[in-house]
Design a protein around this ligand. Structure first.
Ligand SMILES: [Zn+2]
Length: 292
């Protein structure tokens, strides 16, 4: 990715998450290498894709949970690239760490689109920082704007019941949030995942035509994009975790002692292993030990 803008971390910025990476700016906009108009906006540990066309901008995920000015900042970053109107804002799913902050986009005139279930979830929760989608779809919707085609599609339960795949067919890029970590052990996003359906989701994603995956959290190492190999690796990881915990569960060892003793050693060098392991084991204990 070519760096378009980079903002130096203010000396007063003291977020513990960046303690090990002092050079990394708190937010950043980068153009995806090899594309004319596809960008990634990263804010902290979250990222979103936006596409600039001759007729306007398609933005995704405001990523402004806990960041009251995050939506406006994202728009400022878009404004450094283009003065075209922001026509659409697409929600990847209904989780606030990705979709809070949409008001700035709504005020700028964007039409907000999500899966139908995301709107139902958000309506029930009523967060003031997260405007409800204006339009929804169930299976798929294709947006065409200024020569860019963006396909939105739903492939069943996965990380949530509203997570969609966004695909740019010409660029062979997909933007998939939370369900498929790139180069990292699953973390907090796994706590309420639909485990068996997620395997089917990953199989469906592998059958789609694309070459690069933009994740909702920067890929490891080096904020890289993902490939189909990363999806295969993640699918192998969750199948292995599932099979291992199933043995413990069938022996009556969930939640304890499985939660204390299952190790999945072959993944211990993966980023996020230490913090993610208890969450993954808990979820599979829930599945195989309780049927939930
Ligand atoms: Zn999520």
């Amino acid at each position: 990715m070519r760096k378009v803008t980079a903002f130096v971390l203010a000396a007063s910025f003291a977020c513990a998450a960046y303690a090990q990476q002092p050079q990394r700016p708190p937010f950043q906009t980068t153009k995806v290498e090899g594309t004319d108009n596809v960008y990634i906006f990263r804010n902290g540990g979250h990222q979103a894709m936006f596409i600039v066309t001759s007729e306007g901008v398609i933005a995704t995920d405001p990523i402004a949970y806990g960041r009251p000015t995050g939506g406006a900042l994202y728009i400022e970053e878009i404004r450094k690239v283009t003065d075209k109107p922001i026509k659409y804002l697409i929600y990847s799913h209904h989780h606030y760490d990705h979709v809070a902050g949409g008001k700035a986009f709504k005020d700028a005139g964007a039409t907000i689109i999500s899966h139908k279930r995301a709107k139902e979830r958000l309506a029930a929760l009523g967060d003031p920082n997260t405007p409800l989608p204006d339009q929804t779809f169930e299976k798929s919707r294709t947006l065409k704007l200024g020569g860019t085609v963006l396909e939105l599609s739903y492939h069943g339960l996965n990380h949530s019941d509203s997570t969609i795949v966004m695909r740019l067919p010409k660029e062979k890029i997909v933007f998939i949030v939370d369900t498929i970590p790139v180069g990292a052990f699953p973390g907090r996003g796994f706590i309420d995942v639909y485990p068996l359906e997620t395997e089917q989701f990953m199989e469906r994603v592998l059958k789609m035509d694309w070459e690069r995956l933009i994740p909702g959290h920067p890929g490891q190492p080096g904020d890289r994009l993902g490939t189909k190999k990363d999806v295969e690796d993640q699918l192998a990881l969750i199948r292995y975790a599932s099979d291992e915990v199933k043995k413990w569960a069938r022996d009556g060892k969930c939640w304890e002692p499985a939660e204390k003793e299952v190790k999945l050693e072959k993944y211990e060098t993966w980023p996020g292993y230490q913090s993610g392991l208890p969450l993954v084991v808990r979820r599979y204990c829930g599945l195989w030990g309780r049927g939930t």
